[in-house]
Design a protein around this ligand. Structure first.
Ligand SMILES: Cc1cc2nc3c(=O)[nH]c(=O)nc-3n(C[C@H](O)[C@H](O)[C@H](O)COP(=O)(O)OP(=O)(O)OC[C@H]3O[C@@H](n4cnc5c(N)ncnc54)[C@H](O)[C@@H]3O)c2cc1C
Ligand code: SF4
Length: 577
């Protein structure tokens, strides 16, 4: 019995009722974009999301709470931390945001090597909790793997994606300044957040002492001046509260829940189905293409099949690998589209291990207004026109300066009137820099399915086998030395270097496994994110990444998704899909 016939038998409502023009798997950052673009093109689109529904505002229970309104003042109980040692390590995780992250025991996986897989399973996925940094890739990143021979050549260049970056930036709302930097191209920006006085000082100092390095205002997915499109969706200006990860009542930062999904819903073409765990993509041997998706209801565990002409896989990088590996058939015994045997291989991530911190005297008469939710950025300055270090790749540096609270530094006792008075005064200024480093995709860094263990829905557990290498260690050393030098030149004192030694994964920028490329023998996807060997299936989340570059990845996933939908719609019109 082929998969298609099985599917019909397990389907209680009949094929017609479960048939759409397009299916999107996952409703996070990239799935939301797939839904918006497909619905805009007039395609009846089903979005399958394994987690619960989350509605803008209605489901942000902590968005306007003060810290003292939380039972544990923002912290988790010891029991919770004991039960959830992994997810509670995530950046920004706390009592105010825990509802947008999974619980460890509900979603196990096998760590062959330490890998902290951070997940948010709900409508909106991690778009509700992401940091929102949104820099464009430059051509240096698209061409570096081929130029320096450390990986596969990308089948696309900056020029292929640039119009789609613009398309996405305008809708999402990205603030920033046009700085004219080759390593971080300008975009369609809303007005930027200002640098504070110390950040401006560090910017000037870097310009003077390191002329090839550029510190610029944040490029962040925050609305600083709403456009007509934003206003139509009820999205407003950022109030600089920096409570974004709870969900923003103003819709001021970009998420699927505040922007792409409501836009898609307005077209009348969207069907959302939460609590739908996608088990696999159904391949029809006779038709030689995918015909639909098998879903297990997260609550009842009932199986239902849904059908469509095209399928967008946007379950987030490692989950998209999992779904493809689990989509086996006679034609594809090792996973859908996996003739090359490379599915699940060349997993990479961003290196976030190192940071430097220092104090800076001389600005004690100055302060700033609001809680800026963004950070200035130093564009990558390594290995651009030529290989100029003893390691491959480059790194972006995020920085910031802030005043501490409470001028308590010179007090020995943390008690009494003097201490109370000091607490009401601003303390000294501190400056920090942290890295976002490129890592080199390697065949040995991979994920695969467990042969023995399954989850509560009967789906094999993912095994992660991903680790740092010598290249990463060398980059960390260089970052620490260079950042320390920049802080010293700016006049910082008491500079401290730190290597967190955190496991891969905690960076939350996992990528690869279904990489794009020219040649089906060495890649899974073509230049439009279609599986080479199953062209009506598109993978446009982080799984498609051929290399990691050093810029924040999500805006690129959004641009690639919009580009791929455009291509899919054209191919459908021509009758090719
Ligand atoms: C704290 C934090 C800070 C971050 N900061 C930044 C940043 O500043 N800039 C940046 O670019 N990126 C940042 N990221 C990363 C960013 O969130 C991800 O790159 C992005 O969300 C990936 O989009 P996605 O669509 O692939 O996955 P997600 O947004 O995770 O969405 C995937 C969706 O698919 C669903 N799903 C998974 N498996 C299945 C299945 N089998 N069936 C049905 N549904 C399924 C999930 O429930 C989820 O809703 C950050 C992430 C976190 C958590
Ligand atoms: S800082 Fe801006 S985006 Fe973040 S929660 Fe406040 S208003 Fe919303």
């Amino acid at each position: 019995m082929n998969m298609a016939v099985q599917a019909i038998n397990s389907n209680t409502k009949g094929v017609a009722q479960n048939t759409y023009d397009a299916i999107v798997i996952g409703s996070g950052i990239s799935g939301g974009w797939a839904a918006k673009e497909l619905c805009d093109k007039g395609l009846k689109t089903l979005v399958l999301e394994r987690g619960r529904n989350v509605e803008h505002n209605k489901d942000y229970p902590t968005a306007t709470k003060d810290l003292w309104e939380f039972p544990h003042r923002g912290n988790m109980t010891r029991q919770f931390l004991k039960d959830n040692p992994l997810i509670s390590k995530a950046a920004g995780f706390g009592e105010d945001t825990a509802h947008f992250f999974i619980k460890d025991k509900d979603h196990p996986y096998v760590q062959e090597k330490p890998f902290d897989w951070i997940r948010g399973y709900q409508v909106g996925g991690k778009s509700l909790t992401w940091g929102r940094a949104c820099q464009r890739w430059s051509n240096f990143e698209f061409t570096a793997p081929a130029r320096y021979g450390y990986g596969l050549d990308w089948p696309i260049r900056y020029e292929d994606v640039a119009p789609w970056y613009s398309h996405v930036e305008k809708f999402a709302g990205v603030c920033g300044n046009k700085d004219g930097i080759e390593a971080m191209p300008d975009g369609e920006f809303l007005p930027p957040f200002d640098l504070n006085c110390v950040e401006t000082h560090v910017q000037k100092s870097i310009k003077q002492h390191f002329p090839d390095r550029h510190l610029v205002q944040a490029r962040w997915a925050h609305i600083t001046k709403p456009t007509e499109t934003h206003l139509q969706l009820g999205r407003g200006k950022c109030q600089a509260r920096n409570l974004c990860m709870r969900g923003c009542p103003y819709g001021a930062y970009f998420s699927s829940v505040s922007a792409t999904l409501p836009w898609a819903a307005r077209t009348g073409n969207l069907t959302m189905r939460p609590f739908s765990v996608v088990h696999s993509i159904i391949f029809d041997e006779q038709k030689n293409k995918a015909i639909g998706v098998r879903v297990i209801d997260a609550q009842t565990k009932a199986t239902t099949d849904y059908f469509a002409r095209i399928i967008f896989l946007n379950a987030s990088a490692l989950n998209s690998n999992l779904v493809l590996l689990n989509s086996t058939s006679q034609r594809f015994p090792n996973g859908l589209g996996n003739d090359s045997g490379l599915l699940g291989k060349y997993i990479a991530f961003h290196n976030y291990r190192a940071n430097v911190r220092g104090e800076i005297p001389g600005f004690e008469d100055k302060y700033y207004f609001g809680r800026n939710p963004t950070e200035p950025i130093i564009a990558n300055y390594r290995n651009l026109h030529q290989q100029d270090t003893d390691y491959l790749g480059g790194f972006t540096t995020f920085m910031g300066a802030h005043r501490t609270r409470g001028a308590t530094a010179n007090l020995t006792e943390e008690i009494g009137a003097a201490y109370k008075d000091a607490l009401s005064l601003p303390g000294g200024w501190r400056v920090y820099m942290y890295m976002q480093g490129e890592t080199i995709p390697k065949e040995s860094n991979h994920v695969r399915l467990s042969k023995t263990e399954k989850d509560q829905w009967g789906i094999p557990l993912l095994v992660t086998s991903v680790a740092y290498d010598d290249n990463d260690e060398k980059m960390i050393k260089d970052f620490l030395a260079q950042s320390t030098a920049m802080l010293e030149k700016a006049g910082c004192t008491n500079i401290q270097q730190h290597d967190s030694k955190q496991a891969p994964g905690l960076d939350i920028h996992e990528m690869g496994g279904v990489r794009m490329g020219h040649d089906p023998k060495t890649s899974l996807l073509n230049k439009y994110n279609q599986l080479h060997y199953c062209q009506n299936v598109f993978v446009t989340d982080g799984a498609c990444m051929t290399s990691t570059g050093n810029q924040s990845p999500s805006i690129l996933y959004m641009a690639l998704t919009a580009r791929a939908v455009n291509h899919a719609a054209e191919e459908m019109k021509k009758g090719n899909l």
